[in-house]
Every structure is written in structure tokens, then in C-alpha cells.
Design a protein around this ligand. Structure first.
Ligand code: HEC
Ligand code: HEC
Ligand code: HEC
Ligand code: HEC
Length: 505
């Protein structure tokens, strides 16, 4: 934005027209630059696969980035927010798996040719030794690991870009100084931030910043671009569920206009919600005798203004004469293409983690039974007397929950095993390696009815009959069972042979 002053003063475009849009063969101007933005990856190599519509996968992300780098438009890939870790204080037992995960991810990110990244607070909270190990091995720049702000310069086609990494919690003055120093010889300034919305907006408001890549929000839904000062704030959700792709058309040194359908839809949604809300309130006020007519008129005028704004959104967009961009959210569902090379690295990683944990936790015995605890016996033991129930259970997803992990080389994975076995971490139950020689794999009878040794020995001793919602929720939580509804799910468990009399042959 510095250049604008020169432009006005000289009345000429000399020296200021770098990175202008070129004409594509079809007559439409092709973008000057394409940004691919990823925020809050948090060490996710792929989604767990538990939910109805799993999103993400670093191999899918890699395929997208490869496709975007098609040579027609210069591509810059930026990341902000926690990259490698999703917790700041790892339990000692989880350190090895988390570090292996970080190493695998780092290798893959290197392969993606990231232009710059701003690690988040959780990354920075890891033990210095581990962080240094990763940082040294990394081929892409990690910003602001020491100072409050750090600038890297990128040349993309004709454009000279300054990327300013802002250390989480950095003082605004320090960031202003870094942005200021970056302005010379720069066509575009992009700040990478980890923090709250307020933090991102504060950095966006600094003179000279054109875009802010905002990590640290840590929410699933990506935010459409929004304004902060002269800048635009970009976010891409979390856990690699997708990426935000921005096509920039740069003609001058002015601020950018947002032509995205994405933001437009969001704006329309907001306006319609405001209109509905205010209309309802006005109806109420009209019915009430206590509201001052002048106030009511003022509110009606406000409503009319909102409606005018809403109608204006339907007009076809004017093609802007100055700078503009369009941003889109590229979601990564199961069907999205994968980068085979990266998939291979992920599968090797799964095997390595499985093998390492199997050895590291070989001696991890279940917690001992207390005086009032009942031992687990496994579903097969129940089947000797409850055969119809056992037969039903074997064909239910609970009956092969462990196979689900085994086929993926994840049965010793600490992120997975706990919900796909019976009595995990319970006295006399299972651990990552111990499961009563296979009796406690899968989500067995005792996951719902409680440990059954006493009842098995003597059926006169009652076992828990009902399984209330609280029994299901530790496994069927929001992250792993998005469609869970207790009544609906439970109904499917009450079948002939289990809860209903067996069908006579
Ligand atoms: C030796 C045979 C036997 C074994 C083994 C056995 N049960 Fe039972 N179970 C019974 C009998 C008998 C009843 C009482 C049936 C009735 O009253 O209708 C019963 C009742 C139940 C009930 C109803 C609640 C209650 O206490 O009356 C549940 C639930 C149950 N069993 C679950 C299990 C589970 C889970 C296992 C394995 C951990 C298991 N049973 C093992 C024989 C057995
Ligand atoms: C120990 C963890 C655990 C508990 C406790 C648990 N579940 Fe599950 N449940 C699972 C897992 C894991 C699966 C998926 C298994 C697979 O396909 O690999 C599953 C699958 C299901 C399914 C099948 C869903 C489908 O897509 O077909 C139903 C229904 C279900 N659970 C209901 C319940 C109910 C109701 C409760 C409580 C009464 C409960 N579960 C308790 C772990 C658990
Ligand atoms: C907090 C408990 C929990 C954890 C941890 C967990 N799962 Fe699950 N998983 C579930 C539940 C519950 C379901 C069933 C969800 C439903 O149908 O509503 C499920 C279902 C699945 C399914 C779908 C099975 C099918 O055939 O449809 C896969 C695959 C799966 N999990 C794999 C994994 C992997 C891999 C991990 C580790 C990265 C993992 N899970 C960690 C609870 C968990
Ligand atoms: C996902 C949870 C879950 C699993 C796993 C499960 N049950 Fe149940 N079971 C229930 C629920 C819920 C009921 C119904 C309780 C009620 O009616 O309130 C029930 C009822 C029963 C009853 C009472 C039946 C009756 O006639 O009223 C028996 C017996 C039983 N289960 C045995 C088993 C056995 C044996 C297994 C393993 C082979 C098993 N259950 C696995 C949840 C489960």
C-alpha cells in the first residue's frame, strides 16, 4: 500500500505495476497469484473414520496442492496454527506416538513445498529438544520461533510477497515494526497469526497488511474471508479437513475487493437472520402498548435498510477495476483424490506405530482389581448361556470393532484402541496390548452390561440390565459418533435374541 502514495504523487504507474493480471487465452484475466491456506492442522494425518462423513487426510490435501500447482498461476502455500500437536502437555505414555506422528507429518509437509508456516502455541509448548529436532529437519521456514515477528520474502511470478509470521501473544508494536520494514520492495504483505479473532483483527488493522492467515481458532467450520482494517482475514478450519484457496487479481496497489460466492452467501445468511429477528421483534413491539412510536419507527427504518442491503446482494457483481480476490473452501471428503506417494507414507507410519506400541507396551497389564471390583470375562463366556444374544452381537458392528482397527494397522494405536475394545483401562479390563488373550477385543457385552465374572459364575447374581445413555457416551461422543441419538441407536440393539424373545426356528 506504500506504492499507492508514489502512484498518486507521480500520476504514473511506473514501478508500481508489478504482478498485474495477464490475459488468459479465453480472454478472462487469469489470477496473478493463488494462495493455498491451511490452518490448525494439529498433527492430523487423516480423520479417524468413525463419523458419518469423515473429512481430511494429508494425502488428499497433498493431491489438492499438487493439482493447484499446475503451472498456470504461481502458487503460495501457507500454514498457521498448531501444525504437529493437538495438546500442549502430552501424557508420558503418548509422547513416542505423538513424536512419530509429528515426524511423519513433517516429512509429508516437506514434500508439499510449503512456502512458510507459523507453528501454534501447542507446537511451541512441546519440550524444546523435540521441537528443535523437528525444526532442524524441516525444509520449509517456521516463522517467529525466536522474535515477536519474522519476515520471509517470496517471489511468486512477478509478485514480491512479504510473509510476516507473528509469534502468538506478540506485542502489536513489534509486529508493526516488522510489517513496516517489510514494505519496501513488496507488492503484497501477508501476516500469519495464531490467536483469537480479536488478535487476527488487530494484526489485520496494521497499515500495510493485505491478508491475515488466521490459525488458533480451532473450529471445524472454516470462516469465510472477513475484513480487518484494510486487510482480509483468511481461515481454513482445522485438522486438514480442507483448505482455503484464494485467487488474487492484482492490478494496482489498492486494497482488495472480495468477490467470493462464499463470503456473499455468508453475508446473505447473516442479513436474513437479522431481518427475521428484527421482523419478529417489531411485530411484538407493535402488539405491545408500551413501546414509544418513535422507537418503533426507527426500528422499522432499520429493517427497511437491512432489506435494501439484502436485495442489493442479488445484483450481479460488478467487475471491479481495482484489486480483487475470490476465496473458496475446498473440502476433502472421502471421495477426494489422494496422492498415492503420501498415502504410502501414511500406511508405513501406521505399521511402524503399531509395531512400536506393541513392543513398548508389551508389559502393560490391566489395573488390578480392588476389593469391590468384578473381573471381566469376555463375550464368548456370556454366549455359553445367552447364545442368541451372542450370535446377534457377532454380526453387529460392536462385534467386529477390533477388526475395523486391525485392517488399518491401528489396533495398537493409542488414539484408537480405547473405544474399539471392552473394559479399556478398567480394573481387570484391557490395555492397549492386554485383552484376556483376545476375549476383550471388540465392544463386547460387558461394555454395556459391566464386568460379568460374578454373574457368569452364578447367574443368581444380577448383572446390569439397562444400559443408559451415560454408558454409550464415552465412546459415542461428538467427535467419533456425530449421528448418535440414544433412543434411535438403542432401539437397533433390542432385537430377537437380545432384549426380545428369540425367533423360534
Ligand atoms: C451360566 C449361564 C450364564 C452366563 C455365563 C451368563 N448369564 Fe446372563 N443370565 C443367565 C440367567 C440364567 C439369567 C436370568 C435370566 C432371567 O431371569 O430371565 C441371566 C440374566 C442376564 C441379564 C438380565 C439381567 C439380570 O441380571 O437378570 C443380563 C443383562 C445378562 N444375563 C447378561 C450377561 C452377560 C453380559 C454375561 C457375560 C458377562 C452373562 N450374562 C453370562 C445366565 C448366564
Ligand atoms: C466401548 C465403546 C462403546 C460403547 C460403550 C458403546 N459403543 Fe456403540 N459402537 C462403538 C464402536 C467402536 C462402534 C463401531 C464399530 C465398528 O464398526 O467398527 C459402535 C457402533 C454402534 C452402532 C452401530 C452404528 C452403525 O453405524 O451401524 C450402534 C447402533 C451403537 N454402537 C449403539 C450403542 C449404544 C446404544 C451404546 C450404549 C448403550 C453403545 N453403542 C455403547 C463403541 C461403543
Ligand atoms: C472416543 C471413542 C473412539 C475412538 C477414540 C475411536 N473410535 Fe472409531 N468409532 C467409535 C464409534 C462410537 C464408532 C461408531 C460411530 C457411529 O456409527 O455412530 C466408530 C466407528 C469407526 C469406524 C467406522 C466403522 C465402519 O465400518 O463404519 C472406523 C473405521 C473407526 N471407528 C476407526 C477408528 C480409528 C482408526 C481410530 C483411531 C484413529 C478410532 N476409530 C478411534 C469410537 C471411537
Ligand atoms: C451396546 C450395548 C450392549 C451390548 C454390547 C450388549 N447389550 Fe445386552 N442389552 C443392552 C440393552 C440396551 C438392553 C436392553 C435393556 C432394557 O431393556 O432396558 C440389553 C438387554 C440384554 C439382556 C436382557 C434381555 C431380556 O430378555 O430382557 C441380556 C440377557 C443381554 N442384553 C445380554 C447381552 C449379551 C450376552 C451381550 C453380548 C453378547 C450383550 N447383551 C451385548 C445393551 C447391550
Amino acid at each position: 500500500m506504500r506504492c499507492l502514495l508514489v502512484l498518486l504523487a507521480l500520476g504514473a504507474t511506473a514501478g508500481c505495476n508489478r504482478g498485474q493480471s495477464k490475459e488468459a487465452p479465453d480472454g478472462k484475466p487469469s489470477p496473478t497469484l493463488r494462495l493455498a491456506v491451511v490452518t490448525d492442522l494439529k498433527g492430523y494425518l487423516e480423520p479417524c473414520g468413525c463419523t458419518s462423513r469423515p473429512l481430511g487426510g494429508i494425502d488428499r490435501l497433498a493431491a489438492q496442492i499438487r493439482a493447484l500447482r499446475d503451472g498456470s498461476v504461481p502458487l503460495v502455500v501457507l500454514m498457521a496454527g498448531d501444525l504437529f500437536f493437538d495438546t500442549d502437555a502430552l501424557e508420558p505414555a503418548r509422547v513416542d506416538q505423538a513424536n512419530r506422528n509429528a515426524s511423519t507429518l513433517l516429512g509429508i509437509l516437506d514434500h508439499l513445498e510449503i512456502d512458510a508456516a507459523l507453528p501454534g502455541r501447542r507446537d511451541r509448548a512441546q519440550p524444546q529438544e523435540e521441537l528443535a529436532r523437528l525444526h532442524t529437519a524441516s525444509r520449509f521456514p517456521w516463522l517467529a520461533m525466536k522474535g515477536a515477528a519474522e519476515v520471509v520474502r517470496i517471489k511468486a511470478g512477478e509478485l514480491r510477497i512479504a510473509v510476516v509470521g507473528v509469534r502468538p501473544g506478540a506485542k502489536r508494536d513489534a509486529v508493526m515494526a516488522a510489517v513496516g520494514s517489510a514494505q519496501a520492495e513488496t507488492d503484497l504483505t501477508i501476516a500469519l497469526v495464531h490467536g483469537s479473532r480479536r488478535d487476527a483483527n488487530r494484526i489485520g488493522a496494521i497499515d500495510g497488511v493485505d491478508f491475515v492467515v488466521h490459525g488458533g481458532l480451532d473450529q471445524d467450520a472454516p470462516l469465510p474471508p472477513h475484513r480487518a482494517g484494510e486487510a482480509w482475514v483468511l481461515n481454513a478450519g482445522r485438522q486438514g479437513q480442507g483448505l482455503t484457496v484464494v485467487d488474487l487479481h492484482r492490478k494496482t496497489d489498492e486494497a482488495f475487493a472480495d468477490l467470493s460466492e462464499w463470503s456473499k452467501k455468508e453475508r446473505i445468511r447473516q442479513l436474513e437472520a437479522q431481518i427475521a429477528d428484527l421482523s419478529e421483534k417489531i411485530l411484538e413491539w407493535e402488539r405491545s402498548k408500551d413501546v414509544d412510536p418513535a422507537d418503533l419507527r426507527a426500528q422499522s427504518d432499520r429493517l427497511a435498510a437491512l432489506k435494501t442491503q439484502r436485495e442489493a446482494m442479488d445484483a450481479p457483481p460488478r467487475s471491479p477495476r481495482g484489486n480483487s480476490f475470490t476465496a473458496r473452501w475446498v473440502e476433502l471428503p472421502k471421495e477426494a483424490p489422494t496422492d498415492q506417494e503420501v498415502t504410502k507414507l501414511m500406511r508405513e507410519h501406521d505399521k511402524a506405530v503399531n509395531q512400536a506400541n506393541r513392543e513398548a507396551f508389551a508389559d502393560l497389564a490391566p489395573r488390578p482389581l480392588g476389593p469391590d471390583d468384578i473381573a471381566y470375562v469376555g463375550s464368548e463366556a456370556c454366549g455359553t448361556c445367552h447364545n442368541p444374544a451372542y450370535v446377534w452381537w457377532q454380526s453387529h458392528p460392536h462385534g467386529h470393532a477390533y477388526l475395523t482397527l486391525q485392517t488399518r494397522n491401528k489396533e495398537f494405536n493409542l488414539d484408537c484402541v480405547g473405544c474399539h475394545v471392552t473394559g479399556y483401562d478398567q480394573p481387570g479390563g484391557s490395555t492397549v496390548t492386554h485383552n484376556l488373550k483376545g476375549a476383550l477385543v471388540n465392544v463386547g457385552c460387558e461394555s454395556c452390561h459391566g464386568p460379568g465374572a460374578a454373574h457368569t459364575k452364578n447367574p443368581e447374581i444380577d448383572i446390569v440390565e439397562d444400559a443408559p445413555e451415560s454408558t454409550c457416551l464415552p465412546c459415542h461422543n461428538e467427535e467419533h459418533s456425530d449421528q448418535f441419538d440414544y433412543e434411535t441407536y438403542k432401539k437397533t440393539l433390542i432385537v430377537p435374541g437380545h432384549g426380545l424373545p428369540p425367533v423360534e426356528p
